[in-house]
Design a binder for this molecule. Sequence first.
Ligand code: SF4
Length: 193
Amino acid sequence: MAKTAAAGREIVQSLERLSRLMRASEFGGGLNPAQWEALRFLARANRFSNSPGALTRYLGATKGTISQTVKALERKKLIEKMERPGEKRSIVLSLTEAGRDMMAKDPWLGLAERCQALGGKTRRRMDKGLALLLADEVTRRLDPSFGSCRTCRFWRADARSEDARGPHLCMLFDEPVAERETTQICVAHEPAG
Ligand code: SF4
């Protein structure tokens, strides 16, 4: 039992150290870690999740902190705020061209490449283990899972194949979902049973 706990602690220490090193690398490019996190979220969020509220839930920060982060990214012309079409009191946050260019300099891209370069078996096991840990943590905290359509209980593949905005369907919003949207993350995602 003690040996098992020690192995678990080793993994946690590696995760902690790795994440601290990555956070330290996020001070380049004129952004701070919170701004990078917000930019990264908005680059991956689907059209039901690109709002200040969803960003606040994803980052688990206070509204005041998120508001400051959004203002800083707007000042740097990396994101823009618009009214959500058909919903005057709802705001959409999206990356500008400069924001998309900045994402190409994301310091975490290098780590993604190093993960890709690991042997296939190691990478698959690591992917599975981390996904299990993340799902467990999200469930314990009752946080949104922020997964994507293909693993969501509201997803219906090819159920809107006649719709130009389809071919898939989100049963929750009763809206078509395009193929390119299926890899984006969603604040309303609920894991399929
Ligand atoms: S199917 Fe799920 S993940 Fe996809 S848009 Fe609907 S609620 Fe979000």
